[in-house]
Design a protein around this ligand. Structure first.
Ligand SMILES: Cc1ncc(COP(=O)(O)O)c(C=O)c1O
Length: 415
């Protein structure tokens, strides 16, 4: 079999999705997308941006990026960090991040996905054992896939199973030549639930492992000061490697890792995706730096995000709509039924002016599907109330698909 023939077979399976190009995926956007947007001439309320704090379009952040672009071009500096891809602004943002997080040092990565995958690769060798949550983000999974030592998945957020896997990991493990490292997301992006960092950390002494947390969805959102899930659980000191993207709360591109200085010193030389790929462009760096300043001086953004989240989620719950066990601004509308049932609700939402997206297997468990909605700072009370009124109508139209009380509890087995 040759390539084209092989892909023709795969595309036959994908055909039902390919046909939705432009309506379900690969939408051709033409204007600004915030809490509202115009799509194909019609106005929609948008519930699928991870711009939690509404910083994506902040004028100061845009000005910072625009000035740098007009002076240096959109992609300066033109090389990798180790050679001539490093600027004072990159340094400054790393210092800002370390100061904010209270850590010894930080390193920017040009994209969260390739950065985090590659950090896992850099930190581990064949003598090490990785124990990871089976629902970790795809970039962490790819990092684990690169690992040529032992690896054990534990059932999602199941601490008893984590302990079982740690016991297995300890067997034949030689602590003098390798480590055990546990990898989790701080907040899981599809169902919106937190990792149980307090319980995970309690196992650290007994099983002597290092802990890696991808906090992309909790950074800026959770914790008294917005330092994410470790601050929320008061376990900051116990996190050995903390990573987050800037594409969520900080409304931009790129990401960072923060940790003790020797770890960051090592990563600067060992993270292949950052050594062999260009650094984060200066306009992005300056704009994230500005967003961090705004974030620090406007804590009310986080407060408004949470007020919106509570208003929206309470409204949905009072309609008896199943939003699972979310603990965050991520609102998974769980469909009690097939993907086809989900699509009916989804396209009716669209027809009634609500923009969101539908998530099916393999992103969530087989035979389940959800409509993922995300609350942000920018949503207004009117946006929320209009959306709730649409859901009220849809609940009457699709009582079985949307009902919380009728949901098959097996859907929740992942929690
Ligand atoms: C948990 C998590 N980690 C990493 C990433 C990748 O980040 P980036 O968009 O910066 O590549 C994402 C993005 O969706 C994410 O949700």
């Amino acid at each position: 079999m040759r390539l084209l023939q092989k892909l023709e077979q795969k595309n036959t399976v994908l055909q039902k999705y390919i046909d939705y190009r432009g309506s379900l995926h690969h939408l051709e956007l033409k204007g600004k997308v915030s809490n509202r947007m115009i799509f194909e001439g019609k106005e929609y309320i948008v519930w699928c941006l991870n711009d939690y704090l509404g910083l994506m379009h902040h004028s100061e952040s845009i000005t910072a990026a625009a000035q740098a672009t007009s002076e240096f071009g959109p992609s300066y500096p033109h090389s990798v960090r180790l050679t001539i891809g490093h600027t004072e602004a990159h340094n400054y943002l790393e210092t800002q991040l370390s100061n904010f997080m209270g850590t010894e040092d930080s390193m920017l990565v040009n994209l969260g996905y390739q950065g985090f995958m590659s950090i896992i690769d850099a930190l581990t060798d064949r003598h090490d054992t990785i124990v990871y949550d089976q629902k970790c983000h795809a970039c962490l999974m790819d990092g684990v896939r690169l690992h040529n030592g032992r690896k054990f998945a534990f059932k999602h957020n199941d601490i008893n199973h984590l302990e079982t896997q740690l016991q297995r990991a300890q067997k034949n493990h030689r602590p003098e030549s390798g480590m055990i490292i546990v990898i989790v997301d701080g907040l899981y992006s599809m169902h919106g639930e937190l990792a149980k960092l307090d319980e995970i950390v309690r196992l650290k002494k007994q099983y002597n492992f290092s802990l890696f947390v991808d906090d992309s969805h909790a950074f800026g959102v959770f914790g008294q000061n917005g330092k994410g899930s470790p601050e929320h659980f008061d376990v900051e000191e116990e996190i050995d490697v903390y990573v987050s993207t800037f594409t969520k709360s900080f409304g931009n591109l790129g990401g960072f890792v923060t940790a003790k200085k020797p770890i960051i010193d090592y990563l600067r030389f060992a993270t292949r995706s950052q050594i062999f790929s260009r650094s984060m462009p200066l306009p992005m760096v300056l704009s994230v730096s500005k967003n961090l300043e705004i974030f620090l001086r406007e804590p009310q953004r986080r407060q408004k995000l949470w007020e919106n989240t509570i208003r929206f989620q309470e409204g949905l719950r009072s309609l008896d709509i199943n939003i699972g066990l979310t603990q965050s601004p991520i609102v998974p509308i769980q469909i009690n039924g097939s993907h086809q049932d989900g699509l009916k609700v989804f396209f009716d939402l669209r027809a009634m002016g609500i923009f969101s997206y539908i998530v099916a297997y393999p992103v969530v468990e087989k035979n389940t599907c959800l409509i993922r909605m995300v609350c942000t700072h920018n949503h207004t009370q009117q946006d929320i109330d209009e959306t709730l009124s649409v859901f009220k109508t849809l609940k009457e139209r699709y009582p079985r698909s949307l009902s919380a009380s009728q949901i098959d509890q097996s859907v929740h087995k992942g929690f």
